[in-house]
Design a protein around this ligand. Structure first.
Ligand code: NI
Ligand code: MN
Length: 226
């Protein structure tokens, strides 16, 4: 599985021959200036919630690529009003099979207003389940006991977890989350972008290694295979 990091909580995952883009926030990210948002391709955009640091580039990428946007009901309606018609509304607890890629929406403990003040429904995380690999994208969330349910739905091969603290869980809670979800291949997100979420990289890596775990702190623009 090839993964490309576009900064903050935005990843492109290539799975089952499809390009799955999560929470595109690139043009507003000072740290992602070298990324050309107009060159990003996508078959699916998975939108965890409505905050600007997750949805800023969704409308432009969805219109240019015709990618199907999978998100909650309220954001689906909002996107339709912005002229994005290829959407699939879901909600927490539900799953849908998109030609061999099953997406299940799971709990995230956060909030979800849209940039123009529209109510954005509840935030979500995603399980993406295929016969190649299963991934868990937590979205913006606190640590929650609900994460213990995830191994009952699939074996997670790689998990994307926020670690920046202040708006989401920190690295210590992400370590606990990795135990709850029974996955020790963790990719970090939601760190360094703003002053409130700057982290000590060495301390985070040491914390995970000291607990027989691994965490990857990707560089913006980096592609890697897991
Ligand atoms: Ni948020
Ligand atoms: Mn956020």
């Amino acid at each position: 599985m090839k993964i490309t990091y576009y900064g903050h909580a935005c990843f492109l995952v290539e799975l089952k021959g499809k390009k799955i883009l999560f929470d595109p926030f690139i043009s507003g990210n000072e740290l992602a200036k070298e990324i050309d948002v107009n060159s990003i391709e996508a078959d699916f955009i998975l939108q965890s919630h409505g905050h600007a640091d997750h949805i800023l580039d969704t409308v432009s990428i969805a219109k240019r690529t015709a990618a199907k946007v999978v998100t909650n009901w309220e954001i689906h309606e909002w996107l339709n009003k912005q002229g994005v018609s290829n959407t699939h509304p879901m909600n927490i607890g539900g799953k849908w099979n998109f030609d061999g890629i099953t997406i299940k929406c799971v709990t995230a403990i956060h909030s979800s207003g849209l940039p123009d003040g529209t109510y954005g429904g509840n935030p979500m995380g995603f399980l993406v389940m295929t016969d190649e690999a299963n991934i868990y994208y937590a979205g913006d969330t606190a640590l929650t006991y609900d994460m213990k349910l995830i191994p009952s739905w699939c074996n997670v091969d790689v998990a994307f977890l926020p670690i920046g603290d202040n708006f989401t869980m920190d690295a210590q809670d992400a370590l606990t989350a990795s135990n709850f979800i029974e996955c020790n291949k963790i990719v970090a997100m939601h760190f360094d972008t703003f002053g409130f979420i700057k982290i000590d990289h060495k301390a985070v890596i040491k914390l995970f290694e000291g607990n027989n775990n691994t965490i990857k702190l990707p560089r913006i623009g980096e592609s890697f295979t897991i």
